[in-house]
Design a protein around this ligand. Sequence first.
Ligand SMILES: [Zn+2]
Length: 395
Amino acid sequence: MIIRSDRIYTSDGCINGVLEIENGMIKEIRKGSSEEVDHDFTGNIIYPGLIDTHNHGNYGYALRNTNQSMEERMELVECYLKNLASFGITGVFPTCSYDNVSCVESVTHKKIRGSKILGIHVEGPWLARAGEKGTAAAYPQPTKEMAEQMVRDGKGMLKLVALSPEVKNIENITDVMHENHVALSMAHTSFNFQQATDAINNFHFVTATHVGNGMSGIHHRDVGALGAALLNQDIYCEIICDFIHLCKEMVEIIFKVKSHDKLMLISDNSEFTRLPKGRYKLDGGYIDSDGVNTLITNTGKIQGSNRTILNGLQNIVKEIGISLEEAWKMTSYNVCTHYGIEKRGKLEQGYYADFVVMNQNLEIEKTFLEGIEIYDSKKDQPKINELFVKENMIK
Ligand SMILES: [Zn+2]
């Protein structure tokens, strides 16, 4: 298959030319060619497929272990992956509960028309919730057995575990993860700058979970865990650029302080993302969704986002002035170098043909995974889990 556009964002910059795709890979990129093509996307933008490594669900499809059967839970994951393609996401680390890893892993091998599972991310349950507006602070004791079970369930797909450094006996988890080459992310911590810096070094955290959120912030006499994550140039930072989790000015500060090679846009989407506007049950309380932007719990806490990585991309390009030539590393490529995902995340000869076709407004027209169309905005509609809405909507 040969496709053309006057704006293809390759690893060598933006070109006017063609992509030749064979067996799911980019065989060749040719500049300024006038040859006949299969699809002419002139006027639209060809950009690397987005990769989201922190994403708990969407449209009522949850990745936590419910009381449903394995088959039913696997179906939820499949629907979730199909919907992700409409956000321009070609690769994802489904972010599931620690007891649902085997379910997500089982879906990895299924051929479906949707986003591809590139790894599995488990956030928690070992999170110190101090100061998080009424979120339950309790968690099970971290044991070696639990860690080993997660690794076994992942069958090599478990790539990232996020946890708080202040949790007691955390080394029961961290030691097992290190032995099995699972990356550790520092998450939900009240540690100050020095404590966070020591924790990064002692437990070898290589990622900071959604910087600025669920961590001590920057104060002029102690720059907190956020300051530790920004000043340490080895650690990669997840960043939510919806301008809700972080205000625009904080995003600007982070982009000035932190190497752009170490920033990774994430969504932190959840099963409540993109549900119809309303109030839904959540852990004995409730969560309010405005359907487009915010998800706020009954205690006033921002819990996940209604916006996607694509919205983050639009924000940093239109509002902060980051060029698309620079942005693709943060939406697609950096996660690949960081987590060892080969031949993805950029448009280059010999790489998988994972890309999106966007209009000039940076909206998704089509999504392609390994050269195959997995979403077309003119034909495909994301699907809502109606049963979830029926069971959980309060008003
Ligand atoms: Zn999360």
